[in-house]
Design a protein around this ligand. Structure first.
Ligand SMILES: Cc1cc2nc3c(=O)[nH]c(=O)nc-3n(C[C@H](O)[C@H](O)[C@H](O)COP(=O)(O)OP(=O)(O)OC[C@H]3O[C@@H](n4cnc5c(N)ncnc54)[C@H](O)[C@@H]3O)c2cc1C
Length: 409
């Protein structure tokens, strides 16, 4: 019987397993995950669940019975420790070596750790797993002072959750604005304004020197400029790294993630990769990109299933991301290389809280973000596709809400 092994029992891995069965694969599927929870989605961990507004169960990709009824061998709490591509063998912690015919690496990302004194104190938290979200939620329910380190998506969503729980919140960020590297100065300022209006204080241009505590519990965060901020909880959200260890030990090509072609195939013909860990030679963008977002795990998993079954795949989806913070909901589609845009065009009034922002280069739309404006993703993604195909748009018409987006692509 043909065996397909999937390492990484999270969204990408679970969607790949589902895709294999949906597309008629009747062989053996082994889904291996080092976490003890069955596959779940991470977005609620910093939003609805962390706010205490959504039940824990809502995060799971499938109910437990689904794995049984679809004959998927789900190995939880099991780490794949080594990979021998030549003999098609995976080494599993505490299990017999597993021989596979095809392998999918959906190992995702791990958080970057802060290397300063005091990180072992209770109350210094990271946020990647459901169990970390459980622990953070517990802290936030009683915390008076929360310090968030890093003003990226996770940091800002956590700040919003902490404010909603009633804590005093300070966000510490090395850069001069939140999300500046991703969104540029104009839109970064909007996110700073949103959080300030909710009472969040920012400390820009500074890092963390140490965490101080008493009796093993954090009491304060000392910044590199010497300021000491009181803290019952400090949440570190300073980015993630692709979990490439297995690919490296197996000698697969790695380039800011596991390097795959547009068909999600690695440098080994029987090994594929998708989700956060995969660095895809992206047909639309024309370069290798790694996308650390939910929709890429969802769609990449489905596409990987087809690729594993030998069907032609060209993974050219427009990168897509969403966030919810307070009463702001937004979707972002496209890809802007670092410092890769030369203008931002707004459709609608950013100060009014309902608008679309477009990032352009030489008049071509590279990305668009709708804030509290809905049902415009098809139009935005069509503009991004046209932009990457070389088509420029008229900036005045792009800014004019009376001109349908569909007329511009
Ligand atoms: C708190 C939070 C909020 C988020 N919110 C959003 C959002 O609002 N919008 C959005 O678009 N994206 C969001 N994301 C990002 C999104 O969740 C990720 O892009 C997505 O989880 C990636 O899925 P994945 O399956 O590729 O990898 P992961 O979810 O990282 O899963 C990989 C799994 O593989 C396991 N693994 C790794 N190595 C091994 C090994 N050797 N053996 C066994 N198992 C292994 C890991 O333990 C992990 O369970 C958020 C992420 C977090 C953490």
């Amino acid at each position: 019987m043909t065996t397909i092994a999937i390492v990484g029992a999270s969204l990408a891995g679970a969607k790949a397993a589902e895709g294999l069965r949906d597309n008629g694969f009747t062989g053996r599927i082994v889904l291996i995950g080092e976490e003890t929870e069955r596959p779940y989605e991470r977005p609620p961990l910093s939003k609805g669940y962390l706010l205490g507004a959504e039940p824990r169960d809502k995060a799971f990709v499938h109910d437990a019975e689904w794995y049984v009824s679809h004959d998927i061998e789900l190995l939880l709490g099991v780490r794949a420790t080594d990979l021998d591509a030549a003999t098609h063998t995976l080494m599993l912690d505490g299990y017999e070596p597993l021989r596979y015919d095809k392998l999918l690496l959906a190992t995702g990302s791990r958080v970057r750790r802060l290397d300063v004194p005091g990180t072992e104190l209770s109350g210094v938290r990271y946020l990647r797993t459901l169990q970390e979200s459980d622990a953070l939620l517990d802290h936030l329910r009683s915390a008076d002072n929360v310090v968030v380190i890093g003003a990226g998506w996770i940091g800002l969503e956590t700040a919003a959750a902490a404010r909603t729980h009633g804590a005093t919140v300070t966000v510490v960020e090395l850069d001069t604005a939140p999300l500046r590297q991703v969104l540029g100065d104009e839109v970064a300022a909007i996110f700073a304004g949103l959080h300030r209006a909710q009472g969040v204080a920012f400390r820009f241009g500074t890092g963390v020197r140490e965490f101080r505590g008493l009796g093993g519990q954090i009491r304060s965060v000392v910044l590199t400029d010497g300021t000491e901020l009181p803290a019952d909880v400090a949440v570190v959200g300073i980015g993630i790294q692709p979990a490439t260890e297995l690919a490296v030990t197996a000698g697969l090509a790695v380039d800011n993630g596991i390097a795959v072609d547009a068909g999600l195939r690695t440098s080994d013909p029987d090994i594929y990769s998708c989700g956060d860990v995969a660095s895809v030679d992206h047909p639309l963008v024309g370069q290798r990109i790694r996308v650390e977002h939910w929709s890429n795990a969802l769609n990449g998993g489905k596409a990987a299933a087809l690729a594993l079954l030998g069907q032609p795949v060209s993974y050219d989806r427009v990168p897509y991301f969403f966030t919810d913070q307070y009463d702001l909901g937004m979707e972002y589609a496209g890809y802007v290389p670092r410092d890769g845009h030369d203008s931002v065009v707004f459709r609608g009034d950013p100060d009014g809280g309902e608008f679309i922002a477009f990032w352009l280069k030489d008049g071509r739309v590279l990305a668009g973000m709708n804030v509290n404006v809905w049902d415009v993703q098809d139009g935005i993604q069509a503009l991004v596709r046209a932009g990457y195909a070389g088509k420029a748009v008229d900036a005045a018409r792009l800014a004019d809400p009376a001109v349908p987006l569909a007329d511009l692509a």
